[in-house]
Design a protein around this ligand. Structure first.
Ligand code: SF4
Ligand code: SF4
Length: 370
């Protein structure tokens, strides 16, 4: 079966249509009003940015989605879940402070922000799945309760999963902190002692305080408390921290897919996906900083299929010429895998393969440019 993926490019063609108007046209072309019944509490699932990050989705673009859902008769609310690490989105109060300081207030968005897993991340529903790793997954209660959903994803690189798009937004983004831990289990950082220069930079970077220095002046990770968040990997300039990528990484991606399957359960035909191919940074919006984009802005995609939209996003990005003077150290030419040029230790494309295997969607898509 082939899934339709709609694309509107940022490049102006024969009109002066602005991006907000493009989003409205894309919503109509993809038929997203059909996934919203009158009176539906409709979740707009997005990442509102960590404090200090400035490449997350811009609030005026998100407001277009609010208006279209209201026009379709739905009652939209913006939502995300609490993080497992202790930065500025670890509980609903800090999360709301961060969202508001990043521009997501009722005054700008015209819809409330509701943190879907509650004050401390305990509002969860165990959703049954049939996977290799899980029999049930921990999805945020207010995401389960919403009868329809629009998933807005800023497509970018990711130190652990290779890239982040719709599937990751469902998997990590819709799970509670305990669910995020479930997905990270088995990923523990290892120190490559011969590369460690003992600079201690990684110690404060670990949100779980599990790095210390050993008697030889080398970093040491407490593997019993390490959650595999990869914050230390990003910070070590000596490349002395890593995972067992070959063994652990595929399993990590499989666990994410199984969580994504749980997030969509019961909402068949009631979820629309939009991927924003803009500000395509090397790392996640969970970082408290933003690195320079690696390819030009392309456009916005819409589909009912999370696998197809992620595959189309990857193909469009890989067809671009990569920017120099960025974290992209190789694979700049059109057709080369840009995320392999960033994180050569990870191959995020397996998430598409396993997503297809679990029936989350298909990588066989037809791109319809509007
Ligand atoms: S940041 Fe890297 S080099 Fe510095 S102590 Fe940590 S592991 Fe060693
Ligand atoms: S991956 Fe690194 S930063 Fe994350 S919990 Fe483990 S040691 Fe700490």
């Amino acid at each position: 079966m082939t899934s339709h993926v709609y694309l509107v490019r940022f490049r102006l063609t024969n009109s002066e249509e602005n991006t907000q108007q493009k989003i409205q046209r894309l919503f109509d072309a993809a038929g997203f009003s059909h996934c919203i019944s009158p009176g539906d509490l409709t979740a707009i699932k997005l990442h509102m940015g960590e404090q200090g990050n400035d490449r997350y989705l811009r609030p005026p673009l998100v407001r277009q989605m609010v208006e279209k859902i209201q026009e379709a008769g739905g009652l939209p609310f913006l939502t995300d879940t609490n993080t497992m690490y202790r930065y500025k989105r670890h509980n609903a109060v800090s999360h709301l402070h961060t969202a508001i300081s990043n521009g997501f207030s009722y005054a700008t968005i015209h819809a409330p922000v509701i943190i879907a897993d509650g004050l401390t991340g305990n509002n969860e529903v165990r959703v049954p799945v049939t996977g290799k790793h899980f029999k049930s997954v921990r999805i945020a209660g207010d995401i389960v309760a919403a009868p329809s959903m629009v998933v807005l994803s800023h497509f970018k690189g990711h130190a652990l999963s290779g890239f982040g798009g719709a599937i990751k937004n469902l998997a990590m983004g819709c799970s509670t902190p305990s669910g995020k831990r479930d997905q990270h289990q088995g990923m523990q950082a290892r120190v490559i002692a011969e590369r460690c220069i003992g600079c201690e930079t990684c110690i404060p970077a670990c949100p779980f305080s599990c790095i210390s220095m050993d008697a030889d002046g080398k970093a040491s990770v407490d593997r019993d408390t390490c959650y595999g968040c990869a914050a230390c990997l990003d910070i070590c300039e000596s490349d002395a921290l890593g995972f067992d990528w070959g063994r652990d990484h595929h399993q990590f991606l499989e666990r994410m897919v199984e969580y994504a399957c749980g997030a969509v359960l019961g909402k068949e035909g009631k979820i629309g996906y939009m991927n924003f191919l803009m500000d395509i940074t090397p790392g996640c919006d969970c970082n408290s900083y933003s690195d320079a984009p690696i390819v030009p802005d392309i456009g916005i995609l819409a589909s009912y299929d999370p696998v197809a939209i992620d595959q189309a996003s990857l193909d469009l990005i890989n067809n671009e010429t990569g920017f120099s003077h960025t974290l992209l150290h190789s694979h700049h030419a059109p057709g080369e895998d840009k995320f392999a040029g960033l994180w050569n230790r990870t191959d995020g494309r397996y998430i598409i393969v396993y997503g297809e295997e679990r029936g989350l969607g298909t990588s066989d898509y037809r791109l319809i440019e509007i």
